[in-house]
Design a protein around this ligand. Structure first.
Ligand code: FES
Length: 92
């Protein structure tokens, strides 16, 4: 079962494979900022510090938004993430 860890709080959660980070955070009131929820605004930008290979690859739209935000290494849009294995997420 995949483990999701937030460096900001140190909390770790067990998730079903394929869980959407957006849906998980909405259902559990986890403090992660979201805006448009469709990969355009960048409000949900975060940094994957471990387990990036356990996420769905970024779509072209996500890559375009990340490029516009001039994001650094490991940056992803939280609203676009599907978790397949252990992942650690930090603020961007
Ligand atoms: S909430 Fe807008 S890009 Fe993710």
């Amino acid at each position: 079962m995949p483990k999701l860890t937030f460096t900001q709080t140190g909390e770790t959660f067990d998730l079903a494979p394929g869980t959407s980070l957006l849906v998980f955070c909405q259902e559990t009131q986890t403090p992660q900022t979201f805006g448009c929820t469709v990969g355009h605004c960048g409000a949900c930008i975060c940094r994957v510090t471990n387990g990036g290979e356990n996420l769905n690859p970024p779509s072209e739209g996500e890559l375009e938004t990340l490029e516009q935000l001039e994001s650094g290494e490991g940056a992803r849009l939280g609203c676009q993430l599907e978790i397949q294995g252990d992942v650690t997420i930090a603020p961007a």
